[in-house]
Design a protein around this ligand. Structure first.
Ligand SMILES: NC(=O)c1ccc[n+]([C@@H]2O[C@H](COP(=O)([O-])OP(=O)(O)OC[C@H]3O[C@@H](n4cnc5c(N)ncnc54)[C@H](OP(=O)(O)O)[C@@H]3O)[C@@H](O)[C@H]2O)c1
Length: 254
């Protein structure tokens, strides 16, 4: 039975991945910061689940989680937990933004490395780092640190994928880079989408299709693929202006 590890399993995209793999009879390792939410999720999923409560904004808890997972034969890792912070950079809350960087980048990085080492040793495995289309654009005015955090996730994944290919490794890693997805993301970032979002289940379906084709960067919708592609033809200044205009529209008036 395949063992699947999912961080941020309690909501949105992570939860949809949990539903998908539970329906296929996989054994799930579900990580989240709220033990009660994890219990409720496990009760809904008709498969064997191990619950791993950890606040990924706390580096000590991330390292402890990595240690706990050392003996687990993880076959698929959905490295998904994350959130956003919106507003002009000089106004956003530094503490919330630092927590975001710790979850979106530091925890993502440490868990990526430690799970990848296990997969390399076992000679098999798949890792999906959930980045964002935001990470493929030159920058995101009014959500500047979030875009930068996802650029880190996308860049790291692409480079590691290359290293694995050059080493002839059977381990496959990819970056899932969605545009808007209807989850709790907006509420937590205090924004409303200016573009219509897809469902978390649609996002997972598109990701699985990309994984079947062994794509390194998976952008779920044609609209976002076009937006990302325009980076190759539009000057960076124009891209930043367009992205900033879209982001500004999302910020809810206080
Ligand atoms: N929704 C979008 O439009 C969109 C687009 C591109 C990329 N993404 C990325 O997709 C990923 C999943 O987001 P989502 O859209 O599914 O949002 P979501 O519904 O808010 O889910 C985020 C998940 O991350 C967990 N999480 C947040 N902070 C955490 C922490 N400190 N420690 C442990 N877990 C934490 C949340 O746990 P709680 O349930 O405890 O809050 C939740 O399970 C994120 O990396 C996000 O950046 C989202």
């Amino acid at each position: 039975m395949e063992t699947v590890l999912i961080t941020g399993a309690t909501s949105g995209i992570g939860r949809a991945f949990a539903g998908h793999y539970a329906a296929r009879g996989c054994r799930l390792l579900l990580a989240g910061r709220d033990p009660e939410k994890l219990e409720r999720l496990a009760a809904e999923l008709k498969t064997e689940c191990r619950l791993l409560a950890a606040d990924l904004a706390d580096e000590a808890q991330v390292r402890q989680l990595a240690e706990t997972l050392r003996e687990e034969p993880v076959g698929v890792f959905i490295n998904n937990a994350g959130f956003g912070v919106a507003g002009p950079f000089w106004e956003t809350d530094a503490e919330k933004e630092t927590a975001m960087l710790k979850v979106n980048d530091l925890a993502m990085h440490l868990l990526f490395k430690s799970i990848l080492r296990g997969m390399q040793a076992r000679g098999r495995g798949t890792i999906v780092n959930v980045a964002s289309s935001a990470g493929l654009l030159p920058g995101g005015p009014y959500m500047a640190a979030y875009y930068a955090s996802k650029a880190y996730a996308a860049s790291l994944t692409k480079a590691v994928a290359r290293e694995l290919r050059e080493a002839g490794s059977p381990v496959y890693v990819c970056a899932l880079c969605p545009g808007p997805v209807d989850t709790n993301f907006n509420r937590n970032a205090d924004v409303s989408f200016s573009l219509k979002g897809i469902t978390a289940e649609e996002c997972v379906k598109a990701c699985l299709a990309g994984m079947a084709r062994k794509k390194t960067v998976i952008v779920p919708t044609a609209r976002m693929r076009a937006a990302v592609f325009s980076r190759r033809i539009l000057p960076e200044k124009a891209m930043l202006a367009v992205t900033g205009r879209q982001q500004k529209k999302k910020i809810r008036p206080k």
